[in-house]
Design a protein around this ligand. Structure first.
Ligand code: URA
Length: 191
């Protein structure tokens, strides 16, 4: 797809998301957090849903978790964050940062599918259980699922921990995330 058409379609999709009232999360949001980054990104990160900072700013991963994500992108992938695409399973903040409910994930899912269809990344990195389960439809948790590369709709998928879990738990999880990022980088740079 031509670049200008792709950008136009992403903008139209975003406009659609900004006025979405399909689930209860619209009523408590400050901003819809559609996603950000390059429309030609080779790597696409998927988080769970906006937190407080993201809700206030309308941008994904701009709080503490985002700082760690950005650091790992720069240190392990050796690219700028803006060269990646970053989005969440749900585009509006769940109250008190609770996990998004099944019906919220389902009603928001078409935005994420369309973002993936338009960006066409070489690799998707799912961050944590919610994103991994939403994309791969697996029952097992992230500890069991990670360390393997999966296929979803023709995309390669590398599941890893959520940066918030790594911040809570510390060094060990961050080291494991680094090794997942290195595997994602190989796919990202393969032809
Ligand atoms: N956690 C997420 O899953 N997504 C964000 O955008 C921020 C924190």
């Amino acid at each position: 797809m031509k670049q200008d058409i792709k950008l136009q379609k992403l903008e139209l999709l975003k406009a659609d998301a900004l006025s979405c009232v399909a689930c209860r999360l619209y009523s408590s949001r400050t901003n819809v957090v559609f996603g950000s980054g390059s429309s030609t990104a080779k790597i696409f990160f998927i988080g769970e849903g906006p937190g407080q900072e993201e809700d206030l700013r309308g941008e994904p991963f701009v709080g503490r978790s985002g700082k760690l994500l950005t650091l790992l992108i720069e240190e392990e992938l050796k690219v700028k964050r803006e060269e990646c695409y970053i989005a969440n399973v749900v585009k509006c903040r769940p109250p008190e940062n609770r996990n998004p409910l099944k019906d919220e994930v389902l009603s928001c899912n078409h935005f994420l599918s369309s973002q993936l269809d338009l960006v066409q990344p070489r690799v998707i990195v799912t961050l944590g259980n919610t994103a991994t389960k939403a994309v791969l439809n697996v029952k097992d948790g992230i500890v069991k699922v990670r360390q393997k590369t999966y296929e979803f709709n023709g995309f390669k998928v590398v599941p890893t921990f959520h940066p918030a879990a790594a911040l809570r738990t510390g060094g060990m999880l961050i080291a494991q995330m680094r090794s997942d990022f290195i595997r994602a980088k190989k796919i990202m740079n393969s032809v």
